[in-house]
Design a protein around this ligand. Structure first.
Ligand SMILES: Nc1ncnc2c1ncn2[C@@H]1O[C@H](COP(=O)(O)OP(=O)(O)OP(=O)(O)O)[C@@H](O)[C@H]1O
Length: 576
């Protein structure tokens, strides 16, 4: 929490003014009953009418000043809380942008969303409300007690004697309520997740005729939520009247004994009246202190979770040197790579010259994606070196390195923006040759048919488009970047063979100097490459051109046989 409190530094002046406003308000709150006492004793009892107007004006002045202080205090607490929450969210979000893939591998989206959402808001609660009011409650209680003892110690003892009971009841209620809130919040998260999953997976639900089961699941969760809310209401119902009762009893006790002391002329009527007012300044802090403490402890636990994310040390250290990549030649030299403790890639040696195409083929899980991810340092290699332009990739800045590589990932992610904005995302935003790019990525035809063509907003994850259409747009995005290296990770799998052939041909034609790395499962997508790598269990088992690998009659040849069995049987050798 203390680390998070550092955010307040930026708002030192406002924090200072808000504390002054809070102290001013508390001071005036404590002064009020004293003026009432003077009014009763001096004006009504001793009949000093000359000070009546003065005292009334003071009371009006106190009222006005209290309103000003209250407004300033509320406004600034809220302002500071909101600003700090914004700063935390901004920092956390920017910080996460710098983290490597491993960080995201171990976290789920929901968890990270909670840090940026709920946890940052808990801190806002503490700053905008908890800390300020807790301090106010403590100051008010101590000052009011001191004044009561100053006025009459016997009555003061009677007044404070019930306070521990109120404090105990309030704390107990707060603890139970807080647990109940946690349960309700977990339950609400479950309802949200269920609703969200059901809506996103609606096609699957319908395909398996599972609607009834899903509705029952939802109703069940809703019922649990109702029960939890009722439990919370019962806790309120149990403790709240008890707290009220003890508060009112205190007042009655003070009135009885205070009345007796007044009759005995030990205290004045004004003092008795002041006592009744001061008692409320004892009771409200006792009643609310538990709630404020809870807000702060919740914020504390949120701050710890946020700090844990901020303390993450990215495994990939950026090199700030401003080294340019002139030539795109890539060399893998004895590269080893492991996730956790298991080597996924073993002793990889490769050389890809400028303008060449490298194709990677191999069974699922053989390490194809892992291999290409190493080039942009999404993960760090464990042994060996990767060179681009004869320079170890670790010597380039991450920005420079990644600026020179376009990735089309297996999972084609499109933002909820227009077709054009999605394509512009990767680099070139100004003189974008949209028509050409759409044409070359095989997207032109379907984009023209969209309601607003390239201005059409495509839904979350590109909903409303077919798998193949989404793939074409992600390829279009990479074409717009026109970088020295392009990586297509299974990026044409949803295209028919003819379109795949056209798109790959276009990519080849567009930039003759570009290195192309293509991961694919279809022989048709890899057969024209300058080199084909057959990867299995993280090892290069075969490497060569299509013809060399066919002649080798090894694993590549077997895949070829499986995929072209029918053609071969009909002796159509043109596919070779
Ligand atoms: N982030 C990760 N953390 C731990 N293990 C991983 C991670 N990503 C992949 N792996 C494991 O590494 C191995 C290689 O995965 P990789 O994705 O590179 O294979 P692939 O050949 O691209 O597979 P596919 O053809 O299915 O895309 C697999 O056994 C996989 O389970």
């Amino acid at each position: 929490m203390f680390k998070i409190l550092k955010y307040l530094k930026k708002y030192k002046l406002f924090t200072f003014i808000s504390i002054l406003a809070m102290l001013g308000f508390t001071g005036l709150d404590l002064l009020n009953p004293y003026i009432t006492k003077t009014l009763v004793d001096k004006v009504f009892v001793e009949q000093q009418y000359d000070i009546f107007l003065k005292l009334i004006l003071i009371l009006i002045g106190i009222m006005i000043l209290k309103s000003i202080f209250a407004y300033t205090r509320e406004f600034l607490f809220d302002y500071i809380g909101t600003k700090v929450m914004g700063d935390i969210k901004k920092d956390l979000f920017s910080e996460m942008q710098k983290y490597d893939f491993s960080f995201f591998d171990n976290k789920n989206t929901g968890e990270l969303m909670s840090r940026i959402g709920e946890d940052a808001e808990n801190i806002w609660n503490a700053l905008g409300f908890g800390i300020g009011f807790l301090s106010e409650a403590i100051i008010t209680f101590i000052s009011a007690t001191t004044i009561l003892f100053y006025l009459n110690y016997k009555l003061a003892i009677l007044s404070v004697i019930t306070m521990p009971i109120i404090f105990y009841l309030a704390l107990k209620m707060e603890n139970k309520i807080s647990k109940s809130y946690d349960e309700i919040s977990d339950q609400a998260a479950k309802i949200n997740t269920t609703a969200q999953e059901n809506i996103s997976g609606v096609r699957l639900v319908k395909a398996y005729a599972n609607e009834k089961k899903e509705v029952l699941k939802f109703l069940n969760l809703n019922k649990q939520n109702y029960d939890l809310n009722m439990k919370k209401t019962r806790i309120f119902g149990k403790y709240y009247p008890a707290i009220e009762l003890v508060g009112n009893m205190t007042m009655i006790i003070v009135m009885i004994f205070g009345g007796m002391l007044t009759i005995k002329e030990e205290i004045t009527i004004g003092t008795l009246l002041a006592f009744t007012e001061y008692i409320w300044l004892l009771i409200w802090p006792m009643r609310t202190v538990g709630m404020f403490m809870n807000v702060i402890s919740q914020a504390n636990s949120s701050a710890r979770k946020i700090q844990k994310i901020k303390d993450y040390e990215p495994k990939i250290v950026d090199n700030k040197k401003d080294l340019e990549i002139k030539d795109s030649k890539i060399v893998f030299n004895n590269v080893w790579f492991k996730y956790n403790d298991k080597y996924i890639l073993k002793n990889i040696n490769l050389k890809i010259q400028k303008g060449q195409t490298l194709a990677i083929i191999g069974p699922t899980g053989s390490g194809k994606t892992s291999l290409v991810n190493l080039i942009a340092r999404f993960y760090e290699i464990d042994k060996g070196n990767i060179y681009i332009d004869n320079e170890d990739i670790r010597n380039y800045s991450l920005k420079k390195l990644r600026e020179n590589i376009s990735y089309v990932f297996q999972e084609n992610f499109l933002f909820s923006e227009s077709v054009e904005e999605n394509i512009k995302l990767a680099g070139n935003e100004n003189d974008i040759k949209l028509n050409e790019i759409l044409e070359n990525s095989g997207s032109k035809e379907f984009v023209e048919k969209l309601k607003y063509q390239e201005k059409t907003i495509i839904g979350e994850r590109g909903q409303g488009l077919s798998g193949g259409q989404k793939q074409r747009l992600t390829i279009a995005r990479a074409l717009n970047k026109n970088s020295k290296i392009i990586v297509l990770d299974d990026a044409t799998s949803a295209l028919d063979m003819e379109t795949e052939y056209e798109v790959l041909k276009n990519i080849n034609k567009l930039n003759k100097e570009q290195i192309k790395i293509i991961i694919a499962h279809r022989i048709s997508a890899v057969k024209n490459a300058d080199q084909i790598v057959y990867l299995e269990d993280g090892e290069i088992k075969e490497i060569g051109t299509h013809m060399q690998l066919i002649n080798k009659k090894g694993k590549y040849y077997n895949i070829y046989l499986q995929q072209f069995k029918d053609f071969i049987e009909e002796e159509i050798d043109e596919v070779i």
